[in-house]
Ligand binder design. Sequence first.
Ligand code: T3D
Length: 261
Amino acid sequence: MTEPSILLEIADRVATVTLHRPDRLNAFDEEMHAQLAQAFDRIELDRAIRAVLLTGAGRAFCAGQDLSERQMGDAALDLGATLERLYNPLIRRIQRLERPVLCAVNGVAAGAGANLALACDLVLAARSASFIQAFCRLGLVPDSGGTFILPRLVGPARAMGLALLGEPLPAEQAEAWGLIWRCVDDDRLMDEAHALAAHLATQPTRGLGLIKRALHASADNGLDEQLDLERDLQREAGRTEDYQEGVTAFLEKRQPVFKGR
Ligand code: T3D
Protein backbone atom coordinates (compact mmCIF):
# COMPACT_ATOMS: atom_id res chain seq x y z
CA MET A 1 0.00 0.00 0.00
CA THR A 2 1.36 3.48 -0.82
CA GLU A 3 2.06 5.81 2.09
CA PRO A 4 -0.29 8.78 2.45
CA SER A 5 1.39 12.08 1.60
CA ILE A 6 -0.73 13.97 4.13
CA LEU A 7 -1.45 12.81 7.67
CA LEU A 8 -4.49 14.30 9.38
CA GLU A 9 -5.05 13.74 13.09
CA ILE A 10 -7.97 15.29 14.91
CA ALA A 11 -7.88 15.31 18.70
CA ASP A 12 -9.03 17.69 21.42
CA ARG A 13 -10.42 20.22 18.90
CA VAL A 14 -7.05 20.49 17.09
CA ALA A 15 -6.44 19.21 13.56
CA THR A 16 -2.78 18.36 13.02
CA VAL A 17 -1.85 18.20 9.35
CA THR A 18 1.54 16.71 8.49
CA LEU A 19 3.15 16.99 5.05
CA HIS A 20 4.41 13.47 4.60
CA ARG A 21 6.86 12.88 1.74
CA PRO A 22 10.01 12.97 3.86
CA ASP A 23 12.30 11.39 1.23
CA ARG A 24 11.40 14.34 -1.11
CA LEU A 25 11.63 16.89 1.74
CA ASN A 26 7.82 17.04 1.61
CA ALA A 27 7.87 18.66 -1.83
CA PHE A 28 4.44 19.08 -3.40
CA ASP A 29 3.35 16.69 -6.10
CA GLU A 30 -0.19 16.50 -7.49
CA GLU A 31 -1.15 13.78 -5.04
CA MET A 32 0.03 15.71 -1.99
CA HIS A 33 -1.93 18.75 -3.19
CA ALA A 34 -5.03 16.59 -3.59
CA GLN A 35 -4.68 15.03 -0.14
CA LEU A 36 -4.03 18.41 1.49
CA ALA A 37 -7.12 19.82 -0.20
CA GLN A 38 -9.15 16.89 1.18
CA ALA A 39 -7.76 17.54 4.66
CA PHE A 40 -8.85 21.18 4.45
CA ASP A 41 -12.27 20.13 3.12
CA ARG A 42 -12.71 18.07 6.27
CA ILE A 43 -11.41 20.84 8.56
CA GLU A 44 -13.68 23.46 6.98
CA LEU A 45 -16.74 21.27 7.49
CA ASP A 46 -15.99 20.18 11.05
CA ARG A 47 -16.85 23.11 13.29
CA ALA A 48 -15.63 21.16 16.33
CA ILE A 49 -12.07 21.77 15.05
CA ARG A 50 -10.96 25.04 16.61
CA ALA A 51 -7.27 25.21 15.66
CA VAL A 52 -5.08 23.77 12.93
CA LEU A 53 -1.42 22.80 13.28
CA LEU A 54 0.56 22.33 10.05
CA THR A 55 3.99 20.70 10.07
CA GLY A 56 6.28 18.44 8.06
CA ALA A 57 7.57 14.90 8.52
CA GLY A 58 11.30 14.20 8.69
CA ARG A 59 14.09 16.76 8.47
CA ALA A 60 12.34 19.37 6.30
CA PHE A 61 9.11 21.32 6.42
CA CYS A 62 8.59 21.53 2.64
CA ALA A 63 10.83 22.01 -0.41
CA GLY A 64 8.07 23.58 -2.53
CA GLN A 65 7.08 22.17 -5.88
CA ASP A 66 8.37 18.65 -6.60
CA LEU A 67 10.71 19.45 -9.46
CA SER A 68 10.72 15.88 -10.70
CA GLU A 69 7.21 16.63 -11.99
CA ARG A 70 8.70 19.44 -14.06
CA GLN A 71 11.47 17.60 -15.92
CA MET A 72 9.54 16.72 -19.00
CA GLY A 73 10.61 19.75 -21.01
CA ASP A 74 6.98 20.19 -22.01
CA ALA A 75 6.73 23.45 -23.92
CA ALA A 76 3.02 23.55 -23.15
CA LEU A 77 3.63 23.47 -19.39
CA ASP A 78 1.70 26.37 -17.89
CA LEU A 79 2.93 27.16 -14.38
CA GLY A 80 0.31 29.89 -14.08
CA ALA A 81 -2.30 27.18 -14.42
CA THR A 82 -0.79 25.10 -11.63
CA LEU A 83 -0.77 28.13 -9.35
CA GLU A 84 -4.38 28.84 -10.23
CA ARG A 85 -5.46 25.24 -9.69
CA LEU A 86 -3.29 24.13 -6.75
CA TYR A 87 -1.26 26.70 -4.80
CA ASN A 88 -3.52 29.75 -4.90
CA PRO A 89 -6.61 27.96 -3.55
CA LEU A 90 -4.50 26.50 -0.74
CA ILE A 91 -3.16 29.89 0.35
CA ARG A 92 -6.62 31.47 0.07
CA ARG A 93 -8.29 28.82 2.18
CA ILE A 94 -5.65 29.06 4.94
CA GLN A 95 -6.05 32.81 5.11
CA ARG A 96 -9.85 32.67 4.94
CA LEU A 97 -10.34 29.85 7.41
CA GLU A 98 -11.92 31.54 10.40
CA ARG A 99 -9.90 29.43 12.81
CA PRO A 100 -6.26 29.92 13.75
CA VAL A 101 -3.69 28.05 11.65
CA LEU A 102 -0.36 27.49 13.35
CA CYS A 103 2.67 26.31 11.40
CA ALA A 104 5.52 24.40 13.06
CA VAL A 105 8.45 24.70 10.65
CA ASN A 106 10.53 21.69 11.59
CA GLY A 107 13.30 22.16 9.00
CA VAL A 108 14.04 23.85 5.71
CA ALA A 109 11.10 25.61 4.05
CA ALA A 110 11.89 26.42 0.42
CA GLY A 111 9.98 27.93 -2.50
CA ALA A 112 6.24 27.47 -2.15
CA GLY A 113 7.01 25.59 1.08
CA ALA A 114 8.38 28.78 2.64
CA ASN A 115 5.42 30.85 1.52
CA LEU A 116 2.93 28.21 2.63
CA ALA A 117 4.40 28.49 6.14
CA LEU A 118 4.30 32.29 6.02
CA ALA A 119 0.65 32.27 4.95
CA CYS A 120 -0.26 30.66 8.28
CA ASP A 121 -1.38 32.81 11.19
CA LEU A 122 1.37 31.95 13.64
CA VAL A 123 4.71 30.46 12.64
CA LEU A 124 6.98 28.66 15.10
CA ALA A 125 10.26 27.45 13.66
CA ALA A 126 12.93 25.09 14.93
CA ARG A 127 16.23 26.88 15.49
CA SER A 128 17.85 24.71 12.77
CA ALA A 129 15.13 25.58 10.22
CA SER A 130 15.57 28.09 7.43
CA PHE A 131 13.42 29.87 4.87
CA ILE A 132 14.52 30.02 1.25
CA GLN A 133 12.84 32.01 -1.52
CA ALA A 134 14.32 29.48 -3.94
CA PHE A 135 12.33 30.65 -6.95
CA CYS A 136 15.02 32.98 -8.34
CA ARG A 137 17.43 30.04 -8.54
CA LEU A 138 15.09 28.51 -11.14
CA GLY A 139 14.22 31.71 -12.97
CA LEU A 140 10.80 31.85 -11.29
CA VAL A 141 8.89 34.45 -9.32
CA PRO A 142 8.01 33.98 -5.62
CA ASP A 143 4.50 32.55 -5.53
CA SER A 144 1.97 31.26 -3.00
CA GLY A 145 1.55 34.82 -1.76
CA GLY A 146 5.26 35.50 -1.28
CA THR A 147 5.30 38.81 -3.15
CA PHE A 148 2.37 39.98 -1.02
CA ILE A 149 3.32 38.60 2.38
CA LEU A 150 7.10 39.12 2.40
CA PRO A 151 7.22 42.91 1.97
CA ARG A 152 4.40 43.33 4.48
CA LEU A 153 6.23 41.27 7.08
CA VAL A 154 9.83 42.37 6.63
CA GLY A 155 9.65 45.54 4.51
CA PRO A 156 10.55 46.05 0.83
CA ALA A 157 14.35 46.02 1.17
CA ARG A 158 14.54 42.68 2.96
CA ALA A 159 11.80 41.19 0.79
CA MET A 160 13.76 42.17 -2.32
CA GLY A 161 16.98 40.72 -0.94
CA LEU A 162 15.32 37.44 -0.02
CA ALA A 163 13.57 37.14 -3.38
CA LEU A 164 16.51 38.19 -5.60
CA LEU A 165 19.23 36.26 -3.78
CA GLY A 166 17.40 33.12 -2.67
CA GLU A 167 19.73 32.73 0.29
CA PRO A 168 18.61 30.65 3.29
CA LEU A 169 17.29 32.84 6.10
CA PRO A 170 17.96 31.06 9.41
CA ALA A 171 15.02 30.80 11.80
CA GLU A 172 16.64 33.08 14.41
CA GLN A 173 17.08 35.81 11.80
CA ALA A 174 13.53 35.22 10.61
CA GLU A 175 12.30 35.86 14.14
CA ALA A 176 14.53 38.93 14.54
CA TRP A 177 13.16 40.34 11.25
CA GLY A 178 9.55 39.75 12.25
CA LEU A 179 8.98 37.15 9.54
CA ILE A 180 7.77 34.56 12.05
CA TRP A 181 6.28 34.53 15.53
CA ARG A 182 9.01 32.62 17.33
CA CYS A 183 12.08 30.44 16.91
CA VAL A 184 12.43 27.63 19.46
CA ASP A 185 14.98 24.93 20.21
CA ASP A 186 14.57 21.95 17.88
CA ASP A 187 13.73 19.50 20.65
CA ARG A 188 11.04 21.87 22.01
CA LEU A 189 9.34 22.67 18.69
CA MET A 190 6.55 20.11 18.63
CA ASP A 191 5.80 20.35 22.36
CA GLU A 192 5.50 24.12 22.08
CA ALA A 193 3.47 23.88 18.88
CA HIS A 194 1.03 21.35 20.40
CA ALA A 195 0.70 23.47 23.55
CA LEU A 196 0.00 26.61 21.54
CA ALA A 197 -2.51 24.82 19.30
CA ALA A 198 -4.23 23.35 22.38
CA HIS A 199 -4.45 26.83 23.90
CA LEU A 200 -5.86 28.36 20.71
CA ALA A 201 -8.46 25.59 20.53
CA THR A 202 -9.90 26.66 23.90
CA GLN A 203 -10.18 30.34 22.95
CA PRO A 204 -13.16 32.27 21.52
CA THR A 205 -12.89 30.80 18.04
CA ARG A 206 -15.33 33.15 16.33
CA GLY A 207 -13.56 36.15 17.81
CA LEU A 208 -10.19 34.81 16.62
CA GLY A 209 -11.64 34.29 13.15
CA LEU A 210 -12.85 37.88 13.08
CA ILE A 211 -9.42 39.09 14.20
CA LYS A 212 -7.92 37.23 11.23
CA ARG A 213 -10.40 38.84 8.89
CA ALA A 214 -9.67 42.34 10.24
CA LEU A 215 -5.90 42.00 10.08
CA HIS A 216 -5.94 40.57 6.56
CA ALA A 217 -8.25 43.34 5.37
CA SER A 218 -5.95 46.01 6.84
CA ALA A 219 -3.37 45.29 4.12
CA ASP A 220 -5.64 46.95 1.55
CA ASN A 221 -7.74 49.34 3.63
CA GLY A 222 -7.25 52.94 4.65
CA LEU A 223 -7.94 53.97 8.26
CA ASP A 224 -11.55 54.96 7.57
CA GLU A 225 -12.40 51.65 5.94
CA GLN A 226 -10.63 49.78 8.69
CA LEU A 227 -12.51 51.67 11.42
CA ASP A 228 -15.77 50.78 9.67
CA LEU A 229 -14.72 47.16 9.43
CA GLU A 230 -13.78 47.06 13.13
CA ARG A 231 -17.24 48.45 13.95
CA ASP A 232 -18.94 45.74 11.90
CA LEU A 233 -16.79 42.90 13.19
CA GLN A 234 -17.10 44.08 16.81
CA ARG A 235 -20.86 44.09 16.39
CA GLU A 236 -20.64 40.48 15.26
CA ALA A 237 -18.19 39.52 18.03
CA GLY A 238 -20.40 41.17 20.64
CA ARG A 239 -23.25 38.83 19.69
CA THR A 240 -21.29 35.64 20.35
CA GLU A 241 -21.83 33.36 23.32
CA ASP A 242 -18.10 33.50 23.96
CA TYR A 243 -18.22 37.25 24.51
CA GLN A 244 -20.97 36.78 27.08
CA GLU A 245 -18.89 34.09 28.74
CA GLY A 246 -15.76 36.26 28.71
CA VAL A 247 -17.49 39.15 30.45
CA THR A 248 -19.35 36.88 32.92
CA ALA A 249 -16.17 35.00 33.82
CA PHE A 250 -14.30 38.27 34.34
CA LEU A 251 -16.99 39.62 36.68
CA GLU A 252 -17.19 36.31 38.55
CA LYS A 253 -13.39 36.24 38.83
CA ARG A 254 -13.06 32.79 37.24
CA GLN A 255 -11.49 31.36 34.10
CA PRO A 256 -13.80 31.55 31.07
CA VAL A 257 -14.96 28.39 29.33
CA PHE A 258 -15.29 29.29 25.67
CA LYS A 259 -17.30 27.12 23.29
CA GLY A 260 -16.30 28.69 20.00
CA ARG A 261 -19.81 30.02 19.43
O1 T3D B 1 5.91 24.33 -10.85
C1 T3D B 1 4.93 24.96 -10.52
O2 T3D B 1 3.80 24.46 -10.43
C2 T3D B 1 5.11 26.40 -10.10
C3 T3D B 1 5.22 26.49 -8.64
C4 T3D B 1 6.44 26.60 -8.07
C5 T3D B 1 6.56 26.60 -6.62
C6 T3D B 1 7.94 26.28 -6.13
O3 T3D B 1 8.01 25.87 -4.99
S1 T3D B 1 9.30 26.52 -7.12
C7 T3D B 1 10.64 26.12 -6.02
C8 T3D B 1 10.87 24.62 -5.94
N1 T3D B 1 11.76 24.26 -4.87
C9 T3D B 1 13.08 24.43 -4.92
O4 T3D B 1 13.62 24.97 -5.84
C10 T3D B 1 13.88 23.86 -3.77
C11 T3D B 1 14.70 22.68 -4.27
N2 T3D B 1 15.41 22.07 -3.17
C12 T3D B 1 16.52 22.58 -2.63
O5 T3D B 1 16.98 23.64 -3.00
C13 T3D B 1 17.20 21.78 -1.58
O6 T3D B 1 16.77 20.45 -1.67
C14 T3D B 1 16.89 22.30 -0.15
C15 T3D B 1 17.61 23.65 0.06
C16 T3D B 1 15.41 22.46 0.09
C17 T3D B 1 17.46 21.29 0.89
O7 T3D B 1 18.80 21.01 0.57
P1 T3D B 1 19.52 19.75 1.25
O8 T3D B 1 20.94 19.80 0.82
O9 T3D B 1 19.22 19.76 2.70
O10 T3D B 1 18.77 18.46 0.66
P2 T3D B 1 18.93 17.84 -0.80
O11 T3D B 1 20.02 16.83 -0.80
O12 T3D B 1 19.00 18.90 -1.82
O13 T3D B 1 17.51 17.11 -0.96
C18 T3D B 1 17.25 15.83 -0.40
C19 T3D B 1 16.45 15.04 -1.40
O14 T3D B 1 15.21 15.73 -1.63
C20 T3D B 1 17.17 14.96 -2.74
O15 T3D B 1 16.83 13.72 -3.32
P3 T3D B 1 17.90 12.51 -3.35
O16 T3D B 1 19.15 13.02 -3.97
O17 T3D B 1 18.08 12.15 -1.89
O18 T3D B 1 17.21 11.43 -4.15
C21 T3D B 1 16.53 16.08 -3.52
O19 T3D B 1 16.58 15.89 -4.91
C22 T3D B 1 15.09 15.99 -3.02
N3 T3D B 1 14.41 17.28 -3.20
C23 T3D B 1 14.60 18.41 -2.50
N4 T3D B 1 13.80 19.37 -2.95
C24 T3D B 1 13.09 18.83 -3.96
C25 T3D B 1 13.47 17.50 -4.11
N5 T3D B 1 12.95 16.71 -5.06
C26 T3D B 1 12.00 17.25 -5.87
N6 T3D B 1 11.60 18.52 -5.77
C27 T3D B 1 12.10 19.35 -4.83
N7 T3D B 1 11.64 20.61 -4.74
